[in-house]
Design a protein around this ligand. Structure first.
Ligand SMILES: NC(=O)c1ccc[n+]([C@@H]2O[C@H](COP(=O)([O-])OP(=O)(O)OC[C@H]3O[C@@H](n4cnc5c(N)ncnc54)[C@H](OP(=O)(O)O)[C@@H]3O)[C@@H](O)[C@H]2O)c1
Length: 271
């Protein structure tokens, strides 16, 4: 399994399991299945309302905590220092764990100074409740603001899939050693239907999703596909068992023209 070393020295499995829009028993079962097929990185968020179900899936599986990389996110509205302090303790209780590997600001919220939010997150890190700090849905402009606070952020989790490759943002992150996680890596299923992806699936005798995930890891990104189906969870995990020619990786990487799929009103993507 491929791993990346974050700029603070922490190690993250490059392929993670996404849990948005799965809750309760379905989420518990999916997390348990993902861990059973080999995933060692689970992505959740307070806004997904599934922390307890994720925690139960981990417990049911029985995997040792130190083998697992767990990411969660703080939702806009909870980004004051006081809220961050309370929320981190709540997350630990809900997830039934002593620490969070990676804590992200889920979306930027201009109503609270970033220095306040990141300062409180940094306190949680100093207290050993969190190992690494990062952000999600941040533009280059937001990242520059975050870097000015002096708090070390190691990750930006953003929408990224074939046709929506985010090159400018990736280049900026690379320059500043901020790792990038591709969320909605399969374009929420839509990218599986793209002509080039289907052609390459046939060329390599693999599934379209495996081609996409192989590309993302080949270009140095982290990907967190979600599925509720056992065979797809396994199929997605097995996306690293083959090598795609560099020319084909490059061809996927220059695909453009897909729409941004996640664009809630409170996001600030034009900032
Ligand atoms: N930070 C953020 O703001 C943010 C935003 C969005 C997502 N995320 C994270 O990223 C994760 C993944 O994104 P996502 O859930 O939006 O979309 P995604 O992983 O790109 O796609 C999920 C969709 O593709 C289907 N699928 C998965 N594997 C498949 C396969 N092998 N063959 C055919 N269909 C397949 C799933 O259906 P089935 O479940 O029926 O298999 C589901 O409908 C989320 O779960 C979440 O953890 C973060």
């Amino acid at each position: 399994m491929k791993h990346l070393t974050l700029k603070n020295g922490e190690i993250i499995p490059a392929l993670g399991f996404g849990t948005w829009q799965i809750k309760d028993e379905q989420c518990t079962e999916a997390v348990n299945t993902a861990l059973s097929v080999g995933y060692r990185h689970i992505d959740t968020a307070d806004g997904y309302h599934n922390h307890k179900a994720v925690g139960q899936g981990i417990k049911q599986n029985g995997i040792a905590r130190e083998e697992l990389f767990l990411t969660t996110k703080i939702f806009p509205g909870d980004l004051s220092a006081e809220s961050v302090r309370q929320k981190v303790d709540t997350y630990l209780e809900e997830l039934d764990t002593d620490y969070i590997d990676l804590l992200l600001i889920h979306f930027p919220d201009h109503s609270v100074p970033l220095a306040e939010t990141l300062g409180a997150m940094n306190e949680a890190k100093a207290a050993g409740k969190v190992r690494s700090l990062g952000v999600s849905n941040f533009t280059v402009h937001h990242l520059k603001d975050a870097m000015e606070t002096g708090v070390e952020i190691v990750m930006n989790q953003v929408e990224l899939h074939p046709g929506f490759p985010q090159h400018k943002l990736r280049d900026f992150c690379k320059e500043h050693d901020i790792a990038v996680t591709a969320y909605s890596p399969l374009g929420r299923g839509e990218a599986l239907e793209m002509d080039l992806i289907k052609e390459l699936a046939s060329k390599y005798e693999k599934k379209p999703g495996q081609i996409i995930l192989n590309w993302l890891l080949a270009v140095g990104l982290i990907a967190i596909p979600k599925s509720t189906h056992h065979e797809r969870i396994k199929e997605n995990f097995e996306s690293q068992d083959f090598v795609i020619d560099q020319a084909d990786i490059d061809a996927i990487d220059v695909l453009e023209g897909s729409e941004r799929l996640i664009n809630p009103e409170f996001a600030h993507f034009s900032y």
